[in-house]
Write a protein that binds this ligand. Structure first.
Ligand code: ADP
Length: 359
C-alpha cells in the first residue's frame, strides 16, 4: 500500500514538472517572438535575460552579457541620465548602440520583486515620416510666402490707385486683399510652428522683460478692441523670466488677442503676471463667449476651432493656441484652461521656478 502511494506521488510530481517545463518553453517562445527588443534586469541594473530582437538592435549576447550592467550595454549619455533619474513615466528616444540608422523608443517598466523590463521599439520609419511631414509643411509655407507677398502688394496698390477703371472692382479687390492677408498670416504661423517644432526646449537664455512685453501687448490689444473692452492688468514689474523673447511675445499676444476676439463688446479682459509659490505665472481672464469643456482638451491642436466661422471672421488662423502650447513646452511651462460657456475663460501659463530670474 505504502509503495503504491509512493509511486502515485512520483508520477504526479513528474507530470507537474512536465507541465511546468511546457509552460516555461511556451513563455520563452512567446517572448522571443515579441517584435520589440525586451531585456529583463534586476534592481542592481544587472541583465538577466533578453530576446532575439535585443541582440539585433541593442547588441545583447545572452550568454556573454548575463550579469552585465544595463547602462554599460547602452552607453548613450541620454540613456545614462534617464536610467539614473529613475523616472520612467515617459519613453526616451535614442539611437541604437549597434546601428546608427535605427531610432529606438525605449521604456522601462518595473515589475515583480525588484525586476525591470526594458522595451525598445524601432521607430525609425515613424521618425522619417514625421521629418517628411515637418519638411513638407515648412517648404510649402516657405514657397508660398513670396508669391503671396507679390499678389497682396499689387492688390494694396490697386485699392489705393484711384483709377476710375477699377471702381467697379473695389469690392472684389478689398475681399481679395483680406483673403491674401489671411493666407499670409496662416503661412507666417505655419513657419513659426515649424521653427518651434525644432529639437528640444528653447536655447533662449535671454533675460526676458515680461512686464515690458505685456505693456506693449496691452496697448496693441486696446487698438484691436477699438476701445470696446475694458482691459486691466496687474503686473509685477520686477518679475523677469529666462527664455526666448520672440517666442514668449508670440505666445502671450496670441492669448491676449484671443481674449479680445472672443469677448463681445463691453466685456472685460484682465491680465496678471506674478510670482506664485511654484513659479512665475501669466493669466488672461475674459468675460467672453467661453468654451464648452468638451472642446478644451483639443483646443491646442492645429486648426481646431469651436466655431470655424467666428474664428475666420475675427481674423483667426486656427494656429494660435498650437503656437502657445509649443512655446510653453519649450519653456518647461504648462497651459491651464478653465472656461464656462457664456461666462468667460481663463488661460494660465505656469512657469517653473527655475526660470525665475533674480532681480
Ligand atoms: P483661432 O485663430 O481660431 O482663434 P486658436 O488656436 O487661437 O485659433 O484658438 C482655437 C480655438 O479656441 C478658437 O477657434 C476658439 O474657438 C477657442 N478660443 C481660444 N481662445 C478663446 C477665448 N478666449 N474665448 C473663447 N474661445 C476661445
Amino acid at each position: 500500500m505504502q509503495l503504491w502511494k509512493h509511486l502515485a506521488m512520483r508520477v504526479r510530481g513528474q507530470k507537474r514538472k512536465r507541465k511546468l517545463r511546457h509552460l516555461l518553453s511556451g513563455f520563452h517562445k512567446s517572448t522571443q517572438a515579441l517584435p520589440d527588443a525586451t531585456i529583463v534586469f534586476n534592481d542592481k541594473g544587472q541583465v538577466e535575460w533578453g530576446n532575439i530582437v535585443a541582440r539585433q538592435v541593442i547588441g545583447l549576447e545572452r550568454k556573454r552579457d548575463r550579469g552585465r550592467m544595463i547602462n554599460d550595454l547602452i552607453p548613450d549619455p541620454k540613456f545614462q541620465d534617464y536610467y539614473a533619474a529613475a523616472n520612467y513615466q515617459h519613453p526616451l528616444q535614442i539611437t541604437s548602440p549597434v546601428n546608427d540608422s535605427i531610432r529606438l523608443d525605449v521604456r522601462i517598466v518595473p515589475y515583480g520583486k525588484a525586476k525591470f523590463l526594458l522595451q525598445a521599439r524601432d521607430v525609425t520609419r515613424l521618425q522619417q515620416l514625421e521629418t517628411v511631414r515637418k519638411d513638407f509643411v515648412a517648404n510649402v509655407s516657405h514657397e508660398m510666402r513670396t508669391p503671396l507677398t507679390v499678389i497682396h502688394g499689387y492688390l494694396e496698390s490697386m485699392g489705393e490707385s484711384g483709377d476710375a477703371g477699377l471702381d467697379a472692382w473695389q469690392n472684389a479687390i478689398q475681399q481679395m486683399r483680406q483673403q491674401t492677408g489671411r493666407m499670409q498670416r496662416i503661412v507666417g504661423d505655419l513657419l513659426l510652428l515649424s521653427r518651434l517644432e525644432g529639437p528640444g526646449n528653447t536655447d533662449g537664455k535671454d533675460c526676458v522683460d515680461v512686464p515690458g512685453i505685456l505693456e506693449m501687448i496691452k496697448d496693441e490689444a486696446q487698438t484691436l478692441s477699438g476701445g470696446q473692452h475694458q482691459i486691466t492688468a496687474d503686473i509685477d514689474r520686477n518679475l523677469k523670466l529666462q527664455g526666448c523673447i520672440s517666442e514668449l511675445e508670440s505666445a502671450f499676444s496670441n492669448l491676449v488677442f484671443n481674449a479680445v476676439r472672443y469677448t463681445p463688446v463691453e466685456g472685460s479682459i484682465y491680465l496678471r503676471w506674478w510670482a506664485s509659490k511654484r513659479g512665475p505665472c501669466f493669466l488672461v481672464k475674459d468675460t467672453g463667449i467661453g468654451i464648452d469643456p468638451k472642446h478644451i482638451p483639443r483646443l491646442a491642436e492645429r486648426f481646431y476651432r469651436v466655431d470655424v466661422g467666428r474664428s475666420r471672421q475675427s481674423g483667426g488662423t486656427g494656429l494660435g493656441l498650437a503656437i502657445v502650447k509649443h512655446v510653453l513646452t519649450r519653456h518647461d511651462a504648462q497651459l491651464k484652461i478653465e472656461s464656462e460657456p457664456g461666462k468667460g475663460s481663463s488661460f494660465r501659463c505656469n512657469f517653473p521656478e527655475s526660470r525665475h530670474l533674480p532681480q
